[in-house]
Design a protein around this ligand. Structure first.
Ligand code: 5RP
Length: 220
């Protein structure tokens, strides 16, 4: 089974977390694209969706799934999204697709975060995948210098602008032992919009696609 088939397996299993009559939080990425397709098959069951990116919004709308402005939604039982890495506490690195800020906002609003991924995303220590940091463009060099002082190697993601009009620095060379502390430290640098560590509010459930089927993992 290739990684894309495993992503599809995880995405299908996540349908069980979709609540009837509710608005569903929908993330961004290739795993979520499978989920959106599956969601289309049960769209009559839900009220609609909130979306973490313009690309997911376009896919949802193409399937005639209503997409709401998050400001109009006060109750969001579940948010479903992928990840670039998860540790065994279900703390995540996200933002490979650059949608980290909207993803973190929807995570904050949701009651339950169900993460879906192929089995390669589960790791013992976060950081092999470069950690994305969204920055206000004029602050990029300053933020990069501050990250170097912290021991990271920031790399400017060239030719990429987020849906919020900002830029991304990807931090290489980290072995993240204290995820929540690092998440807070990075967010505290002036000019940082947010970073791709989801440690202070980790996922509640991780569904991994494996050749043997979907495997559900809870935080250690
Ligand atoms: C986008 C994300 C994605 O969830 C993450 O990059 C995983 O993507 P994929 O499902 O394509 O492997 O955080 O900002």
């Amino acid at each position: 089974m290739n990684p894309d088939e495993m992503k599809k397996t995880a995405a299908k299993a996540a349908l069980e977390y979709v609540e009837s009559g509710a608005v569903v939080g929908v993330g961004t990425g290739s795993t979520i694209n499978h989920f959106i397709n599956f969601l289309g098959t049960i769209k009559g069951k839900i009220e609609g969706a909130v979306s973490s990116s313009e690309s997911s919004t376009a896919r949802l709308k193409a399937l005639n799934i209503p997409v709401y402005d998050l400001n109009t939604v006060s109750d969001l039982p579940v948010y479903i999204d992928g990840a670039d890495e998860s540790n065994h506490y279900l703390q995540l690195i996200k933002g490979g697709g650059g949608a980290l800020t909207r993803e973190k906002i929807i995570t904050a609003v949701s009651k339950k975060f169900v993460c879906i991924a192929d089995q390669s995303k589960l790791v013992d220590i976060l950081g092999k995948f470069p950690l994305p940091v969204e920055v206000i463009p004029m602050a990029r060099s300053y933020v990069a210098r501050e990250i170097v002082k912290m021991g990271g190697e920031p790399v400017y993601r060239e030719n990429f602008i987020t849906d919020n009009g900002n830029q991304i620095l990807d931090i290489h060379g980290l072995e993240i032992m204290e995820s929540a502390k690092l998440e807070a430290q990075l967010n505290n640098i002036t000019g940082v919009v947010t970073n791709g560590l989801f440690a202070m509010k980790p996922a509640n459930v991780l569904i991994l696609g494996t050749p043997e089927g979907a495997k559900t993992i809870y935080p250690k």
